[in-house]
Design a protein around this ligand. Structure first.
Ligand SMILES: [Zn+2]
Length: 144
């Protein structure tokens, strides 16, 4: 299992209304990209949720803001069918939309979190496809 830095989203407790933070993150576990959310309040209320695929847009935005964006580029024609299948599954894209991204090579196939790009890269490698990963530095927001 691979872990990536989690992020915190401002939230408030559903039980006592005190402000808190939702911890959000992504992992790659047994060849699947998964997400989780955790909340714990001093009053004792808390919850955990997780699932397979992409996290909520808000959780993704928090992860991207904290850790920066990663890009997966496809250079070689041969990888196109595998990548189209992966993008269709991961992002719920229709096949035509996934293919459309890859018409002109090199193509930016996916721009997202480091976990997402690492997942795609590993899945491509398993199919013998080399992809190029570019890491964009996070736009640092100094707390306070
Ligand atoms: Zn509470």
């Amino acid at each position: 299992m691979s872990s990536f830095p989690s992020a915190r989203l401002p939230s408030s407790c559903a039980a006592c209304r005190q402000p808190g933070a939702l911890q959000v993150g992504q992992t790659i576990s047994q060849g699947r990209l998964t997400w989780f959310e955790r909340f714990a309040c001093a009053c004792g209320h808390g919850f955990e949720a997780d699932g397979v695929g992409l996290p909520t847009p808000a959780a993704r935005a928090a992860l991207l803001a904290q850790s920066g964006t990663a890009e997966l580029w496809l250079d070689a024609e041969a990888g196109r069918p595998v990548l189209v299948k992966l993008l269709t599954l991961l992002a719920g894209l229709v096949e035509a939309e996934a293919s459309g991204r890859l018409v002109t090579l090199p193509a930016l196939a996916w721009s997202g979190t480091h976990a997402e790009v690492a997942f795609l890269q590993a899945a491509l490698e398993q199919n013998g496809v080399a992809a190029r990963v570019v890491h964009r530095v996070a736009i640092a927001e100094t707390p306070g």
